[in-house]
Design a protein around this ligand. Structure first.
Ligand SMILES: *Cc1c(COP(=O)(O)O)cnc(C)c1O
Length: 368
């Protein structure tokens, strides 16, 4: 064994370099006001260009962006929005904060994305939107277009929670988050690129972009003027974060490539270890954000790895069973993920030696 983990390998950590540091210092020396302005516009343009989307609007975080997407789709108190039962809790919370009701449907066992048929069955006269999470960069099994059609047929909106999908595309090359009416990204610390906190809205609809820009800036009719056409709030970004974000975007292509190689290496090195199962991941079109798996004997396995300086993380428990919601329902796949789902170390700067070490420890635990 050429490599020994003498320091802990975290399940995930963000990575910033001298480029980010230099950009922030230069910005500070230039006398910028820190609040959003030219750097933020430049960051938005970089995302719009990368995703080939007409409009990108950055905001505080990926929870606020989902909430704004719901507002822009007309979600009001008492309305229902269909969400997957396997997701980060921010997805349903962005609906609950509006006084609307998230309706939980189970996910598909291959993609961990919402199951189309279950979504169809959950539609009622109160349904305003479907919030589809492209889990770990994956498209739903039936394709996002099937969700577009379902929404169209029922006159409701499709919101894409693409927080985990920067660098991931549909099979015909459209960036995730740009297929529905509006999509949302997150730049929180564990995401593919990070600005510490941060979120973005993607839309090709001019009227929606206009509304979202008003919404994040007190409903101002134009910058700096205290004329308000509509009710808005303050969900603005900062140029300081944008300095970091612009540098992170320059590293995105490299990270996308690295994440794919990391996934491939784990998968090949764990070939034949039946106790660890991977989900389908189309490496041509999608970028595995985290290495997500189901494992046998999860608790003991995690303890064993921790003792070997390897960090892992339990995947999201089924949301309907969280104390915050406690809603009865039949969700066998998200229940199974709650029992067996495990994320392996997945940072973009994880080395090949580290992966070899991790997988050899996995083999040791299961006696292979
Ligand atoms: C990270 C994440 C969010 C929340 O984003 P924040 O920027 O942390 O608010 C929402 N949905 C999904 C699927 C996420 O992974």
């Amino acid at each position: 064994m050429p490599f020994k983990a003498d320091k802990f390998i975290p399940q995930m950590e963000p990575h910033f370099g001298v480029e980010e540091e230099r950009s922030v210092s230069e910005y500070m020396a230039s006398g910028g006001w820190i609040t959003e302005f030219r750097k933020t516009e430049e960051f938005e343009k970089a995302i719009a260009s990368f995703t080939s989307c007409k409009h990108c609007i950055v905001v505080n975080n990926g929870t606020v962006s989902l909430m704004m997407a719901a507002i822009a789709c007309g979600v009001k108190p008492g309305d229902e929005v269909i969400v997957p039962n396997y997701t980060m809790i921010a997805t349903p919370n962005s609906i609950s904060i509006l006084g609307a009701k998230p309706i939980f449907v189970d996910v598909c066992s291959e993609t961990l994305c919402m199951d189309l048929e279950q979504a169809r069955l959950a539609i009622t006269p109160k349904t305003k939107a479907i919030m589809c999470v492209t889990a770990n960069g994956r498209e739903p099994k039936e394709g996002l277009d099937a969700f577009v059609n379902l929404c169209k047929a029922n006159n409701i909106s499709l919101i894409e929670d693409a927080a985990q999908s920067l660098g991931s595309y549909t099979k015909d090359g459209r960036h995730l988050g740009t297929v529905g009416h509006v999509g949302s990204l997150s730049f929180s610390a564990p995401k593919i690129i990070s600005t510490g906190q941060g979120g973005a809205l993607l839309t090709n609809d001019d009227a929606m972009a206009y509304q979202l820009r008003r919404l994040k800036d007190f409903g101002r009719s134009s910058g700096g003027l205290d004329i308000h056409d509509s009710i808005g709030f303050n969900f603005k970004f900062t140029d300081l974060q944008a300095c970091v974000g612009i540098e992170q975007m320059k590293k995105l292509a490299e990270r996308v490539d690295r994440k794919k190689r990391i996934f491939y290496r784990y998968k090949s090195l764990l070939d034949g270890v039946n106790e660890v199962s991977f989900f389908t991941q189309d490496l041509d079109n999608t970028t595995p954000w985290f290495i997500d798996t189901t494992v046998e004997d999860r608790d003991q396995f995690m303890l064993f790895l921790k003792a070997k300086n390897i960090g892992t993380r339990v995947m999201y428990p089924p949301i309907n069973k969280q104390k915050a919601y406690q809603i009865h329902g039949n969700h066998p796949v998200s229940d199974m993920i709650g029992k067996k789902g495990l994320w392996f170390p997945s940072s973009a700067h994880l080395t090949d030696d580290e992966i070899l070490y991790i997988t050899s420890m996995v083999r040791e635990f299961y006696g292979h």
